[in-house]
Design a protein around this ligand. Structure first.
Ligand code: ARG
Length: 266
């Protein structure tokens, strides 16, 4: 009888213990399900210098940021399931902001260069570009990069155009501006003999009615733009690349490209 009683007790204790473990084991699983169901989308904080039409600039009518890059990154964020937080900042501060993890990505018509690729990671290229010389329309002695020695050149600081200017003329002849617009205005006002800048941006500037400026010579150096992310953020980079690939396949990339450049992607 005693043995039987003991067995009953032992069975009860065991049953209690099992149910307690069972409870503990199943509860967290259920809790985890709930928040995941209505979790907010993860944020993607993207930095950009929004003075670079037609890639990123302010719509004079609405005050909103518009342009090829702006629409592309919105489409990428939608595709990858991110909530986009688009922030305007100086171009020459973007790399530092990425390194400090203040932003998750930068889209800013940024050329993929070996120097930059040492300190940030780049997505697959999304646009083919190149540099061009702009001068006043009345200027007849500068016909391309080869005529820039000793000339005053205005550039946007931190750009490939600025790097090229340093090869083309003496450093004390270069004026560095925070914005490309300021460099182009300096040229219009006669404060500089030339501007070295990305071809599509200087061409767009002239198209907007700045007939006192013209482009001369050949487009220099094949450049490709990439979306930059902090080094080692592989998940972000993979999601951006996968979304970009999808948009190229489903025609959305071509649609945005045609809207801003009036032609099929190269
Ligand atoms: N493509 C050039 C570079 O990477 C100029 C980019 C300037 N972009 C801008 N949004 N201001 O240096």
């Amino acid at each position: 009888k005693k043995v039987f009683k003991f067995a009953m007790l032992a069975a009860m204790v065991l049953a209690l213990a099992v149910s307690a473990v069972g409870c503990g084991g199943s509860q967290p699983k259920e809790q985890a399900k709930e928040p995941a169901k209505d979790a907010a989308k993860p944020k993607l904080v993207v930095g950009s210098d929004t003075t670079f039409a037609p890639f990123e600039f302010t719509d004079p009518k609405t005050g909103k940021y518009i342009g090829f890059d702006v629409e592309l990154i919105q489409a990428i964020a939608d595709e990858a399931g991110y909530e986009l937080d688009f922030q305007s900042m100086a171009f020459d501060g973007l790399i530092a902001a990425l390194q400090a993890n203040q932003i998750n990505a930068a889209i800013s018509a940024m050329t993929i260069t070996p120097e930059r690729a040492k300190v940030v990671d780049f997505s697959e290229p999304y646009y083919k570009s190149g540099l061009i010389v702009a001068v006043q329309t009345k200027n007849n002695d500068i016909k391309g990069f080869e005529d820039l020695k000793g000339k005053k050149i205005a550039v946007q600081s931190g750009t490939t155009g600025a790097m090229q200017a340093e090869k083309a003329t003496d450093k004390d002849k270069i004026t560095y501006f925070t914005n490309t617009d300021q460099a182009l205005l300096e040229l219009k006002n006669g404060g500089a003999d030339a501007v070295i800048n990305d071809y599509p941006v200087s061409a767009y500037f002239i198209q907007q009615g700045n007939n006192d400026v013209k482009l001369v010579g050949e487009i220099l150096s094949a450049e490709e733009y990439g979306i930059a992310v902090p080094k080692g953020q592989t998940e972000t980079l993979e999601k951006i690349n996968a979304a970009l690939k999808k948009l190229k396949e489903n025609g959305k990339y071509a649609e945005i490209y045609k809207k801003w450049f009036g032609e099929e992607p190269k």
